[in-house]
Design a protein. Structure first.
Length: 688
């Protein structure tokens, strides 16, 4: 048996409960968040309860531009290309359609798939305006000189794509910008950690050995280490990479001279010296379809730890099964099934093996404390092939012998020599190591700088708590030029896209200001910036809308809650230069979630009407509205009608066949125009 060496890998753990079967991965609680600069590496951060602090990221791709040369039916995926790439399990995707000034027609339909093969048009409740969360009807017609953002809720789809359902007319182009978001509105969740292909790397005390294991190395030092009490050191190696071991056990009293032991020819298991170089002489047999069921090849293994089984299987086999068994008697009075591990793959240990033609297979079996071992033909061989069976045993002490004294450094290598780590910014490691955590009925209470293992709930789900990124921005003064930008990094550099759901920006304004203004801007494609609507610029205490731009007020600390609603980044623009001798300092806080209860405007009056549609665009009647209206094509229509703003045509409007509807948040019904290819169709509308 190769007993696994229990190593202390130089991991420090304060206030930790001992774990036999797994090594939890910890994190650091700091009362003051660290402030790394570009390229620095820091430890994981935790809150006072030991929960891991996390922040979602954003995957962003600029897609290939579509032009009039692009055929209808062309697909584009979140990779920005016609190639789908890996399945995407993000809860939401933000797509912005950047449309140049010289296009005159065209349309796109967003599609989803539940199986990666069959694609369907995404429903209205999954295709939204990211600012108002109102539904966008599909297909979406192109409009010149407009940058149109679209929020796609994946709702269980394993993939989404854009379909150019109507080819582009004109000389312009449409470019799709894709941002895969780690959050969707009002979405929370927990995370499970899994290792390489779900393989188990640990077990409880006394449990079955896991299917995978981690190789352990050490460090060679020309001078011995001198640790003090309680310190951790890596395992130590000699100049030939052999593990230095101090048994700290004296030999018995009396003469203990040990010389060279020479053994003669191989002997049977019952002879006086059955050991050859630490191994039992191999016992062999040859089995065919003529070999009877329950035929066994048996070895006495008293005093041995590990048995190796070799099966050389012929090319014309078609069936047969062997079982592995041990017994506490040499006569095999009491047989017990034993698990054996295949040496040339990562399959879990098993008590049986089914023959595979043209395969040489080796097994390792733990037989410590057993007196005999056998391979039993439990299902007869079929086919004309032969199986050569071999058994040998080893008494060699394996790596599970305890090492006392000395220290080592462990270099971790994964299954079959695969790497399990990589430097920051380097190619990902070939394999991953499964990480565990601790379940505690009472949350730990670390103090500043202490380390704790990851925390689990009763269902073994990892407990997490979102952290807060805070940056004190650079102060603006009368020496700062108008048009100066400041990003959530607190500088004029944008930095990485954060994926934050919202921001708190506080403007600390000193007493000697006399003028100046700031405008908050957002971007859906990280290129084109727009002024953020006041509906998304709120007082964080009352949720009342604030002005944007905002004029500076001396001696005032003004906070703003900015709701992202799909923006991949925001910034502050010093749109009017500061006058006076004072300063304005923006303080930036990134929020992982935002819960805003917005007041809903109500109207007691519901308006409705019908209107005939002709081949000339005409506005709906004039009616003041609070919340907007919905337009529906009558069920008796035999031609489609088209809805849109002033100047709408049958090529640019939103098509409504019979019984189809479209809703818009407008303040007057005359903001919408309707047109058809001929007379004979009508619409009905209702709003308040």
């Amino acid at each position: 048996m190769i007993r696994r060496l229990l190593l202390v890998l130089g991991l420090a753990c304060l206030s930790c409960v001992s774990v036999f079967a797994q090594q939890p991965v910890g994190s650091i609680y700091n009362t003051t968040p660290p402030a790394p600069t570009n390229g620095q590496t820091l430890g994981n951060q935790s809150d006072q309860a030991g929960n891991l602090l996390t922040s979602p990221g954003v995957q962003f791709k600029a897609g290939t531009a579509w032009t009039s040369a692009t055929s209808s039916g062309t697909f584009q995926y979140p990779t920005g290309t016609p190639t789908q790439g890996q399945a995407n399990s993000v809860p939401a995707i933000l797509v912005q359609l950047d449309q140049t000034s010289t296009i005159s027609a065209g349309a796109v339909t967003f599609q989803g798939t539940n199986d990666g093969i069959n694609w369907v048009s995404m429903p209205g409740n999954a295709v939204l305006n990211p600012s108002s969360l109102s539904q966008i009807a599909q297909p979406i017609s192109f409009f010149a000189s407009l940058n149109v953002p679209v929020l796609l809720l994946t709702q269980g789809y394993v993939g989404v794509r854009a379909d150019l359902t109507t080819a582009i007319s004109g000389t312009g182009s449409v470019t799709l910008y894709w941002a895969s978001l780690a959050y969707s509105p009002a979405t929370t969740g927990t995370f499970d950690l899994l290792g390489h292909i779900g393989a188990i790397l640990d077990t409880t005390g006394g449990g079955t050995a896991p299917g995978n294991q981690v190789n352990v190395g050490g460090v060679y030092n020309s001078s011995p280490k001198t640790p003090s009490s309680g310190q951790a050191e890596p395992l130590q190696l000699d100049a030939s990479s052999n593990l230095d071991v101090n048994l700290q056990t004296a030999l018995p009293a009396g003469a203990n001279n040990i010389g060279t032991v020479t053994q003669g020819a191989p002997a049977a298991t019952t002879a006086g010296w059955p050991v050859i170089a630490g191994n039992l002489a191999e016992a062999t047999a040859s089995w065919t379809s003529a070999t009877g069921v329950n035929t066994a090849l048996t070895e006495t293994v008293t005093g041995y730890n590990t048995v190796f089984v070799f099966l050389n299987q012929g090319t014309t086999l078609t069936g047969g099964v062997v079982s592995f068994q041990v017994s506490d008697t040499t006569a095999f009075t009491n047989p017990y099934a034993v698990q054996c591990t295949q040496l040339n793959n990562s399959l879990p240990a098993a008590t049986t093996y089914t023959f595979v033609a043209s395969t040489n297979q080796a097994f390792q079996c733990d037989v410590a404390s057993a007196n005999s071992f056998r391979v039993l033909l439990s299902t007869a061989i079929t086919g004309s092939g032969t199986v050569a069976v071999g058994i040998t045993a080893s008494s060699q002490a394996d790596a599970s012998e305890e090492v006392v004294g000395g220290t080592v450094t462990a270099e971790i290598t994964g299954h079959a020599g695969a790497t399990v780590d990589a430097a920051a910014g380097a190619t990902a490691a070939t394999n991953s190591v499964q990480a565990g955590g601790d379940y505690n009925t009472s949350a730990p209470a670390p103090t500043n700088g202490q380390q704790e293992p990851l925390q689990l709930d009763q269902a073994s789900n990892q407990l997490t708590f979102p952290g807060v990124q805070f940056k004190a921005g650079t102060a603006w003064s009368s020496g700062t030029s108008s048009g100066t930008f400041q990003y959530p990094t607190g500088t004029t550099t944008s930095g990485q896209l954060t994926g934050a759901a919202g921001f708190i920006v506080q403007l600390d304004q000193t007493t000697t200001l006399t003028g100046g203004a700031v405008t908050f801007q957002g971007t859906f494609d990280n290129t084109n910036w727009v002024t953020i609507p006041t509906a998304q610029v709120l007082n964080p205490a009352t949720y009342a809308q604030l002005t944007n731009p905002y004029s500076f007020v001396a001696s005032t600390n003004q906070p703003f809650l900015i709701v992202v609603s799909g923006y991949v980044n925001i910034r502050a623009d010093l749109s009017t230069a500061i006058t006076g001798t004072g300063t304005v300092t923006p303080q930036w806080t990134l929020l992982p979630t935002v819960n805003v209860v917005a007041p809903v405007a109500l109207s007691s009056t519901i308006l409705a009407g019908q209107q005939a549609v002709t081949a000339s665009a005409a506005a709906l009647g004039t009616n003041s509205l609070t919340n907007g209206l919905c337009v529906e094509a009558l069920s008796t229509n035999i031609i489609s009608i088209y809805v849109g703003p002033f100047g709408v045509t049958t090529s640019t409007g939103i098509e409504l066949p019979a019984r189809a509807s479209y809703c818009a948040a407008v303040s007057n019904s005359n903001a919408l125009y309707v047109i058809a290819s001929a007379t004979g169709a009508s619409v009905t509308w209702s709003g308040n």
